[in-house]
Write a protein that binds this ligand. Structure first.
Ligand code: CAA
Length: 415
């Protein structure tokens, strides 16, 4: 076994989003909240809503099926399958083993579910990259599926930040999309900012505190990243953001990415002594160039916890990989509780061709709009299985829950 010495990173991404969407202006009207508070105050416009036959398993399997349908990665190449979720369907039986079965992944594959709130997806990607670098992969690829349904109590202020969806990320040597740099910065601290006790379907959150925890974790992870970079002998003292073509942040709601970017700029200005005279104007320009263009999908989907950062990455790749080939981007992942990681990657030559197959814009355009009454009924009905209508074309669905067991069916659609 020899360690992998070439590049390691994201080979391909598959995204899946529910077919149903609720425009948030209608929810704002129903809750007697000014629409501007949601559109401007949170930056959110729509949220994805799941049907009774959609859960973390179906969302994740549908994302992975869309990845395989792009034709560059095959189920038989997968030697490590990690599913990151905070919407598990069982305390013992992992979501990953359902995906392993539904997707026809070989038996000689390490399969497990991983949890650390929204950070789980990045924990999986980092673990997969290390598995490949170590040589243990022996030429195989890893599949890291992040899949979640963000649910808060009806009528709560967090209700506007719900969402659902999944991202499947194939990690390999000589990746076709994004080469990951080997250094990253991490930050961990035990905080009670967002949690979901074992008997609860909806998350509990100390909203304002969670925003502060996120921002502190960002500062901590970036400081650790800079320290790690210094240890490699890289004496580059320019502010981090000047060396990056885009910055992608975990996006529980789009305004959070704005707050995050401000914090990053402030701490970098302080670290490098480069605060501009008109800091507010410089911050607005930097945000408009590096962050805002990649938030469009999040604005229309809502929070998808573990998959949120990877939806932003998919959107950037799909819209602009041709302009980004050879360019480095920064990614920040935050999981409440908390653990966070800041890392970087470079779009490889040819990545635009790979990215053109992801199809997020098509998924967004094909959705059916719900009324608030329909959304509330779906929220109360829960996830007990059913038969999707023919317009809901997807790879698989939850057919039924019987005797405390879940039964999934493939629909004969490849992606
Ligand atoms: N016009 C324009 N803006 C308005 C407005 C109006 N009429 N009325 C209010 N606003 C603005 C407010 O000024 C505020 O902006 P700033 O944050 O820039 O000050 C914004 O709208 C939100 O309003 P509130 O401060 O009143 O906040 P809220 O009670 O609506 O709660 C929230 C906001 C705390 C984010 C809540 O939605 C929540 O708890 N969400 C879930 C938790 C969350 O997403 N936390 C993020 C960090 S944790 C994390 O990232 C992990 C994860 O995925 C959960």
């Amino acid at each position: 076994m020899t360690a992998e010495t070439g590049t390691v990173g994201v080979d391909q991404i598959g995204i899946y989003l529910p077919h149903r969407v609720l425009p948030l202006d209608t929810l704002a009207a129903a809750r007697k909240v000014p629409t501007e508070k949601i559109h401007i105050g949170l930056g959110a416009y729509q949220m994805a809503v799941t049907a009774p036959w959609e859960d973390a398993v179906t969302l994740g399997a549908n994302a992975a099926a869309r990845l395989f349908a792009q034709g560059q990665v095959k189920p038989e190449e997968i030697g490590l399958l990690i599913v990151a979720t905070e919407t598990a369907v069982d305390h013992a039986k992992p979501v990953s083993i359902f995906l392993h079965d539904l997707l026809g992944i070989p038996n000689n594959c390490r399969v497990f579910e991983l949890k650390h709130a929204c950070y789980g997806g990045t924990a999986g990607v980092m673990m997969a990259a290390d598995w490949i670098r170590s040589g243990a992969a022996a030429g195989r690829k890893a599949l890291v599926v992040s899949t979640d349904i963000a649910r808060y109590p009806l009528q709560s202020s967090a209700e506007f930040t719900q969402g659902a969806g999944a991202a499947a990320v194939a990690v390999s040597a000589q990746p076709r999309l994004l080469a990951l740099d080997p250094i990253s910065g991490v930050y961990a601290k035990n905080v009670y900012d967002f949690w979901r006790p074992l008997d609860k379907r909806e998350a509990l959150v100390d909203g304002k505190f969670s925003v502060d925890c996120y921002l502190d974790a960002l500062a901590g992870a970036v400081a650790d990243f800079c320290a790690a970079r210094n240890r490699t002998g890289d004496k580059n003292t320019a502010p981090l953001y000047t060396q990056l073509a885009a910055l992608l942040y975990h996006t529980p709601f789009p305004k959070m990415a704005y707050k995050a970017h401000l914090r990053l700029l402030e701490s970098e200005w302080q670290r490098t002594g480069t605060q501009p005279a008109d800091a507010a104007a410089a911050a607005a320009r930097s945000y408009a160039e590096l962050v805002d263009p990649w938030l469009e999908a999040s604005r229309k989907v809502g929070n998808i916890y573990t998959a949120s950062l990877y939806l932003c990455l998919a959107w950037l790749a799909e819209r602009a990989a041709d302009r980004f080939e050879g360019k480095r981007v920064g990614l920040f992942s935050y999981g409440s509780g908390c653990c966070a990681e800041f890392f970087t990657g470079t779009f490889v030559p040819g990545s635009a061709q790979t990215a053109a197959r992801i199809g997020v814009a098509d998924l967004l355009a094909a959705r059916q709009q719900l009324t608030v009454e329909e959304y509330e009924r779906l929220a109360r009905d829960g996830t007990n299985g059913g038969v999707p209508p023919s317009g809901d074309a997807a790879f698989c669905h939850l057919a039924a829950v019987r005797d405390e067991k879940r039964f999934y069916e493939r629909n004969g659609i490849t992606g």
